[in-house]
Ligand binder design. Sequence first.
Ligand code: COA
Length: 602
Amino acid sequence: MRILFLTTAHNSLSQRLWIELCERGHDIRVCIAAAPEAMIDAVARETPDFILAPMLKIAIPEEILSRHLCLIVHPGIKGDRGPSSLDWAIANGEKHWGVTILEAAAEFDAGAIWASHEFALPGDAVTKSSLYRDQVTEAALRGVLEAIARIESGESRSGAWQPQKLADAAPMARGRLRPPMRQADRTIDWSRDKTAAIVRKIRAADSAPGVLATLLLGQTCFLYGAHEEDRLQGSPGQILAQRDGAICIGTIDGAVWISHLKAKEEADGAFNPTVGVKLPAAQVLGPLLRSVPKASLPIDAPADHRTFREIVYTEEADVGYLSFDFYNGAMSTSQCTRLRDAFLHARSRPTRVIVLLGGADFWSNGIHLNVIEASPDPAAESWHNIHAMDDLIFEVLNTMSHLVIAGLRGNAGAGGAMMALAADRVFARSGIVLNPHYRSMGDLYGSEYWTYALPRRVGQKRAQELTLSCKPIGARTACEIGFLDDAFGENAVAFVAELKERAKRLAQDPEFRAMLRRKHERRLDDESVKPLAVYRAEELERMRVNFFGPDPAYHEARRRFVFKGNPQPRGGRVPVLAAAEGTSWFPARAAARAGARVPSAP
Ligand code: COA
């Protein structure tokens, strides 16, 4: 069938539906519906069999509704209506929630119901965006497939089956019309709210719009990335400690970590690159945290209490597990450096296999565009960040003492997707979406040794297609083309359980030493054909032009991405090519730093 997506953003849910429906042979067209006219034009142009709105924030014009079947993906249970469904579900501590596929009608979310699927909400408050990317996406897919089956079978057209009218469903349904959730509904009362309530409020607003609060330091910010802390204690509202860019704030019954802040506009309107950008809390508060103690925690500290930890290392049998749960999968220079150190620690252990687990929501999305945007010199920070990323990946590629598995629990994009290919085995949860390309970020060339690792897996031709077409791919296709070795697990829990089994089997395989030897020989062969340092230098030469060259496309695209299409002026600063020549990050020197070293096998 020819299906037109009308969507405010071709986001993870929309991409997942696109992948699944294309794989089933449907012809999908996507219209980013910014205005009614764009929708009317797209419908006239594409002449779809029906229209699907995976995530639409504006109404579909009557002129379309009267002529076409339009189905809406609504992230709520039967009977639920309003734009803050997930916010209310989390804030109210619902045990079950769901997704309903509705026929679009003049009144928002009040059309007939085509399908509805429920799921259990995790016991601990989950973030809204995490829920959206995982349970909501899976339920939406089931509902959309069910609706399409009804359309294809002709039963809806013939009248053999009728969608349920809201008025008929409402008396039996738990859902109801709820107002938009406002900041007044989200306000934290530090003198009354317990830690769990604060975490719940912030997670119901994460990743957008965040909870507006005035910190005791006087700064008014939106709060994101909340984690309970059950050891540190202090006055409610007071900043007690900092760790890896996050701040710990006292509550009436303990404390809460806040990993990210977005500063509100300053009254004097003076340019401050951190205002309006969601950033690690320490980058927003800067010198205000000078006297706040650092509460560092080793990566292998026992998981015996609730706290905030980005990088965690554990061991089971002969396997080391390294998870790196970076907010939004974005990896800043310091996060890459810490992860590289953690990886070196894992490699120094007497285990046989290292499993890189990424984060629960995202495996990785590459360099940290927000941190770069807010830095005093975005071009130089981009340069530092890509080097730190490459330094990490270089170590993974050059690991001869262990077999390395990448276990993708969540989606991966750009350099983050390429990073997975440095491992010896690449496994993913069945439902993930991969975006292994850079071009849409202002024609960014990309590094992360992708010119070595991607063709090695999928061949030159396919590598070109993937990086030039800029299309998302699903786990099934990724397995078929060799990007992934396998995909399994209906959800993250099932995926990790199976992953651990496979890692254990690999570590115990009688062929383990032979596998290690073959890996070493292959690396030496590859190195003799073309050293890793040359791949890196060639990639970075292209990146240098992206960052410091006369064409500002990357800087403009990054700004649009960070400010969601409404870029703020940066005082007219234009990075120039010459700026890089004098720095210690000049690629020729970078290549020398990376070296052509291949450690020997055990
Ligand atoms: N740096 C900073 N933030 C990033 C990021 C990055 N590299 N990649 C994603 N994010 C953030 C988004 O801004 C968004 O933030 P918010 O929800 O807090 O506002 C969140 O992660 C989710 O991203 P979103 O784009 O909504 O998710 P998606 O599933 O629709 O799309 C990607 C996924 C990977 C296609 C898209 O996020 C993307 O293009 N990211 C940039 C990748 C990139 O170019 N990296 C640099 C080169 S290595």
